[in-house]
Structure formats: structure tokens, C-alpha cells
Write a protein that binds this ligand. Sequence first.
Ligand code: ARG
Length: 563
Amino acid sequence: MDYKQKIADLIAAAVDNQLTADQISAKIEVPKTLDLGDYAFPAFMLAKILRKAPQAIAQDLVAKLPQDGFEKIEAVGPYINFFLDKQAYSQEILQNVLTAGTHYGDQNLGYQGNVPIDMSSPNIAKPMSMGHLRSTVIGNSIAELLKKTNYKPIKIDYLGDWGTQFGKLIQAYKMWGNEADVKNDPINTLLKYYVHFHEEADKDPELNDKARAWFKKLQDGDQEATELWQWFRSESLNYFMKIYKELGVEFDSFNGESFFNDKMDEIIELLREKNLLKESQGAQIVDLDKYDLNPALILRSDGGTLYITRDLAAALYRYRTYNFKQSLYVVGSEQTGHFQQLKAVLKEMGYDWSDDIKHIPFGLITSGGKKLSTRKGRVILLENVLNDAVDLAYKQIEAKNPDLANKQEVAHDVGVGAVIFHDLKNDRMNNFDFDLEEVVRFEGETGPYVQYSHARAMSILRKANMDIPTDQAYALDDPEAWETLRLLGDFPATVKRAVEEYEPSVIAKYAIHLAKAFNKYYAHSRILTDDEQKASRLAMVKSLTIVLKESLRLLGVQAPDEM
Ligand code: ARG
């Protein structure tokens, strides 16, 4: 039952509908602490209408409201605090969780509508950056949230496999390249060439012209350029795939920028037909003055296309292919301007569906307070981060639970989970400084803490070794259990909020909150004592394992049964 709705209906009736239930519902709060009740209504919003002091209104209403379904309803100053009937509430929630199992919290917001998600999208011949990690894990979690709310996500890895940088790379390879080195350690070697190219080009600007010429050749299908490009691309993709496998992330499409090379003419043609292209210093631009945006550069003076040109073709392709409800781009906030331009150009082209394109930005990861930069060689290597995290997890397990059967596997789930969780627990727009020590911390508000809480609850269930049939009524009025029960009941609404805000951190914070509540309960209660509430307590523990595991799953984090 939706208790907030119920309370709103009761109050609306008690004031003879002088305010609607919706108006009232919008004002109902969840108090910060449970001693102020489970819901609170600020009676001062009725003061004008009822022409009375808020305190008096609160008291009158309390006298009028039916108490059925509540433990108590009480007036405190201008507030009315509602305490739910713990028996009834716990019975309902435990029933819901146990019967739905992993489907608890499933809801229908999207009716199977397609939602392409542009995510990860790293650049070929460069290491995957922490920014791409953020995009990967945020996008993956949003995809899971969309599935749970009955959308159909389509995960697209829009590889950065086209553009002038490949001219630079080919030019660099022609000057300093060594085939064996590349084969041996592709990404680091290619990165070295790339960094070196920039150092040299600062001294000798002519290198940039040469690079541009190579890219032109590549665009025109020159054999040598194409072969080198393909080689760099496949080496890079192999390396990315290894990281995706580690992270447990899969994609539905790898159509990157190069896929759109032969779809560019149509875009140019369409822009021309609609009279949107203007010449500016030899280049072709779309003026976006009326959007208060810089003009979008569509074609260089040498006829080369740009990042936004390819994104225009990709957007149109996605619209035609998926007939999407929404089209999401999980890309760092530094590209906000780019996506504003992209949407504005599509709007100018007369495509109303451009309104369904959404940039999902996220903040920067810095290191020691400094911006990371591939060009300057200031990078954190993701593969090292994952490896180090797994090693550390292994050591912890070795120390705490040396007899654990599948230590290596659990260490992997915990180490990688720590990295993912750390990334997702912050509001996505927050910038954060990357500190490996902090990421692999196993106490406090971390992934391992949530995983450990889940494993601990699983071990209680193993110890109890008792069947918890779903067709029975379980009720718990134990005040120590109340916070956990309330949170279990909040899960569906939490999922809804997370997906509506495209904000996995809502789930991560919820999971921490729930794990904490349970650990507090665990510290104060003897769950396995044989009394008449034992089955109910175990039903709650089981419900907790279901919801914690499902929360972690929505984040892309595994929940080992033992650790
Ligand atoms: N490859 C780009 C980068 O690393 C990100 C691409 C984002 N997606 C897009 N459709 N523009 O900066």
C-alpha cells in the first residue's frame, strides 16, 4: 500500500477536500528520525484556508483522523506525525519482498520503449580513462534501472575510432613506429607515440599538417592508412574488451565514429537542403545564435568532418533504427556544450525528437587535485586500478576468512565491486579526487561493506537452516527492526527516483543506508533465538538479502554469498 497516498486521502477527507489529496501528498515529509514518526504533515499549509493557528489545526485533525492502520497519530506543534502500524506494515512488506523475490521493485514506467544509451565510448589507441570508466559504470547501471522499470535499454559503445587524431597517430608511427613494440604492448606504445607527437608538434607545427594529410587519406580509403588504422583499432578493442569483461559490462553495439564515415554525405545534404549551412572562413557552419550557442562547425575548409558531424549522423541513425523514447549520452560534463549544439542543430533540422535526446553528464575525476590528461601523459591506468583492488581484496579475505572456498573469485567480485561502487556512490555531477587507498577501503560507506552485510545475512540464513515459505504471514513489531523494514518498503520508490533522475547514486546510498540499519539491528537482536517471532525475523533477514543483492545488481556489483 502507498501509505503516503493513504495519509493524503485521509487528511483531504478530514478537511472536506478544501485541498486535494495531491496537494497534500506533495507536502507530506519523511521525518529525519523515526521518533518523529514515519510521515509528517505540516499543518501550517492549511492555516490560510481554515483561518486557524497551525497548532490548533494539527490538534483538531488528530482528533478527527481515523487511527486504523496506524500505531499512533500525534500533533507536535504545527506538525502531525504519523506512526505506521508495525505489525500490518511489516506483514505487507515482507510478503511483497518474499513473493516477488528479485522482481521486487519492478515497475512499469517505460512500456518497453527503446532507450539507446551512448556509454563508455573510449578513444582508440589510448588507454581507457577514468572518465570512460565513469561513463561505463553509470551507463550500465542506468541500463539496469531502465530494464527494471520496463524500458528497453540499448547499450552503445560509440568508439572514438575516427578523426584527426588518427592522422597524428599514423604520422607518429611512420616516424618512430616499431611493429614489434606495438604488438607487444599496443596501448602503451601507441600512447607513447601520441604523447611524443604532441611534444614534437609543439616545436614543429608542420607535423600537424602532415597528420591532417594522413587523416584525409584515411577518409579517402587509402590502403596504407586504412591498414594501419584497422590494426590500431583491433588492438585497442581487444584491450577494451578485457576491461569490460573485468567489469562485467556488455554492449549491444560497437558502432563507433568510423561507422558513420559513409553516412556523412546525407547529413551534409540535409543541412544544405534546409539552408542551414553557412560559410565562415572557408568552413561550413550552422549558426546557433538564437540558442545562445557558438556556431557548430560541420565541415573544415579541407572538407573534413568533425566530431559533431559524426554525432549528427549517429543521432539520426539511432532515431531511425530504434525509434527511441529517449536517447541518452553518458558523457562527462565538459562536453555539455557539444550536446547543446547537437540538440540545437537537430532542432533546426526540424527533428522534434531532438527533445528526447538527453545528455547525462558527470563530474571530473582528478588526481592530487589535478586534471588528468592523456596528452600530457597524466593518466591513471584503469587496468592497474582494477588489479590492485582485486589484490587488496584478496589479502583482506586471506586475513579474515582463509578457509573460504573460491577466494580468487570472491576477491575479484569484491575488488572490482569496490571500484564500481566508489564511482557510483557520489552524485554523478560531483567531482572527486581519485585515491586508490580510499577506493579499496573496506570499511565505511563502501561496496565491500554492503557486500559484507549481505554475506553476513546469508550466513545467518545458512545457520538457521529453516524454510521460509512465502505463503505465510510474517509480522515484526520489534522496534529495533523498524528502520530496516521501513527501508525495505522504500525500495520500489527508490528505484523510481533513481531512474527518473538517471542517478545510480540514489541506489548506492540506499544500499549503504539499508546495510547500516541491518547491522544495527543485528548488533541488538538475537535473530536465531527460538521464540514465536523467529520465523518473522528470518523472513526479514531473507528479504534483506534479496533487496541488498538486487540493489548491488542494479549498480553492476556482485554479491557473493560468503566472503
Ligand atoms: N569518445 C569521446 C571521448 O572520449 C566520447 C564520445 C561520447 N559520445 C558521443 N556520442 N559523442 O571524449
